[in-house]
Design a protein around this ligand. Structure first.
Ligand SMILES: C[S@@+](CC[C@H](N)C(=O)[O-])C[C@H]1O[C@@H](n2cnc3c(N)ncnc32)[C@H](O)[C@@H]1O
Length: 209
């Protein structure tokens, strides 16, 4: 089930606190520090789940946490409001990137982790929609799951179930939208992968300026 139910949401929140995710947090922190526009920024956390990465942004204006799962958003209330991460302006929206309430909003950073290439297909319509929601200085960073064979990683039979997207197809979707982009392959540990490495692409893009 792509949209997390109660049980999955509770389990996801439990995992949020696992040291296991430290390398991912660190890596994402580095990426965000490099790409975020200067100053106080408005951030969209697309497919925010139970708020695993909220605390990477403690100094933003608006932090919009969006997920189609009501149970996930309920779990995300804890990291948002229990004082752990000191959020000033977290807002929640139940839905996905097509939600009409987003139409009038613009974000300086849109990030999305653990959704595309995993639960949902990454294609040019997502790129287009995300670009339409970016401010003049805005940038998007989607961590997209790749497919077996990409980057020459050695995957076991049991792992060959992810939907994923091959590197070339991903580039094709970005090229079709004529955006500025940068794609890097990240070797991140995955709790669901018996042998460790899962190919994730850090896909940074913004409209051509
Ligand atoms: C693997 S979790 C990742 C959560 C969080 N981003 C993280 O990395 O911890 C996937 C989340 O994507 C949400 N989701 C499912 N379909 C989605 C969609 N079309 N757009 C955005 N989020 C979606 C699920 O409800 C779930 O909360």
């Amino acid at each position: 089930m792509a949209i997390y139910d109660d049980e999955q949401a509770v389990e996801m929140r439990r995992r949020d606190e696992m040291p296991f995710y430290e390398p991912t947090r660190r890596l994402l922190g580095e990426i965000f520090a490099r790409i975020r526009p200067p100053g106080r920024i408005d951030v969209m956390d697309l497919g925010c789940g139970s708020g695993r990465y909220f605390h990477l942004f403690t100094d933003c204006g608006l932090y919009l946490a969006i997920d189609p799962s009501g149970p996930a958003l309920r779990e995300a209330l804890k990291p948002a409001f229990d004082g752990l991460y000191g959020k000033e302006r977290v807002e929640f929206l139940e839905g996905d990137i097509s939600h009409p309430d987003l139409d009038s909003k613009r974000f300086d950073l849109i990030h999305c982790v653990g959704v595309y290439g995993q639960l949902v297909v990454f294609d040019r319509s997502v790129v287009r929609r995300a670009c339409s929601l970016l401010s003049k200085k805005g940038v998007a960073m989607f961590l997209v799951k790749g497919r077996v064979g990409d980057g020459g990683l050695d995957w076991r039979e049991s792992q060959i179930t992810n939907k994923g997207i091959p590197n070339e197809a991903l580039i094709e979707e970005l090229e079709a939208e004529h955006v500025d982009y940068r794609v890097s392959l990240l070797d991140l540990p995955s709790p669901n992968a018996a042998s460790g490495l899962a190919p994730f692409f850090a896909v940074e893009f913004s409209p051509k300026r």
